[in-house]
Every structure is written in C-alpha cells, then in structure tokens.
Design a binder for this molecule. Sequence first.
Ligand code: IMP
Ligand code: MG
Length: 185
Amino acid sequence: MSEPRPGIREVFSADTIAARTEDLAREIVADPALDAHGGRLIALCALQGGFMFAADMMRALSRAGCHPELAFIQLASYGEATVSSGAVTLVRDLTIDVAGRPVLFIDDILDSGRSLRYAIDHLEARGATAVRSVVLLDKAARRALTIAPDYAGFACPDAFVVGYGMDAAGRYRGLPFVGVMEEGS
Ligand code: IMP
Ligand code: MG
C-alpha cells in the first residue's frame, strides 16, 4: 500500500522557475565583480537544498556564455530546530582554494540569513576577491540579521516551502516545483 500523498499547493511552477533562472543568469554574467568571462569564477552550491537550483543555474550560466568551476559547501543551522543561539556549523568545507577568485554562492532560500552571513565571512576570510549570492527564494519576513541576497528569484511567502531541492524532514526535494504543505498534511 502506498502512503497517502499530502496536499502540496504549487507556489512557483517549474516553468516559472526555469524562466526566472535564465534572467538571473544573464544578470549575474553582467556583474563586473564576478568577471564571468575571466575564467576564475567559482559557483559554490550550498548543500543540500541548493543542489537543484545550482544545477539549473549552471546550465543557464553556460547558455549565457559563463562556465564557472563548481564547488560545494554544506552548512547546518540550528536556529529553528532547537532553542539554541541559531549558530551555523560547517558540515563540509569546499575543497578548492578561493583565494584571489570571485565566488557566486548559490542556495535554495534565504531565511534567517545566518547561513549566508557565515558563508560570506568564511569565503572573505579565505581571500575571495568578491562574493555574490543568488537564492531562488527570499523569505524576508524571517530575517534575523540585516543581510540581503545580491540576486533572488522570487519573494517567498512566510510559509514552509518544499520541492525543487527543499525538504520537509528529508522528503520532497525532487518535486520539480516549489509548493507549500497544506494544513493537516
Ligand atoms: P538561514 O540560515 O536561516 O537563512 O537558512 C537557510 C536554510 O534553511 C536554507 O538553505 C534551507 O535549507 C532552510 N530553509 C529555510 N526555510 C525553508 C523552507 O521554507 N523550506 C525548506 N527549507 C528551508
Ligand atoms: Mg539549505
């Protein structure tokens, strides 16, 4: 027996995400700080939720004529799960040297802002020449720090979203769209 499928209401369709990603890639390629055609740019995917947006962003950048080196970093934030300070920990560091190179940090959603703050500080401390951020969703209502993404796909409603890389207790990352879990599901 298959388990009942919870109600997930689509908020951003696959086509809407794809079109917006192409627009963002063109803007990013035109950003002088990233020197997109200089051959030094690093695209840094934040695991785990950023994997799908990063994969599509890499293809969109390629179509826009930019071919960055791809790297991964994994951060964990305990801001919501516990009553602790909201500290971010580095679960997995990137394996290439960012010194002297521009970095585009790619994540699924900017929520409290703690992960992005940590990533920027980490990359600047290691000598990145410039750090820019692109997130698919900007959930500004939840911001705990004064920080904004350089590039954002969409303003996100103040609700827990899933799909397109984002999970609820480890599930639904593979949904091709972004949705909100319906009440009672
Ligand atoms: P921040 O450090 O609070 O900005 O955390 C951002 C991270 O929290 C994202 O990379 C997501 O992994 C996760 N996150 C925040 N809001 C949501 C949501 O609505 N659905 C799924 N994951 C979320
Ligand atoms: Mg994440």
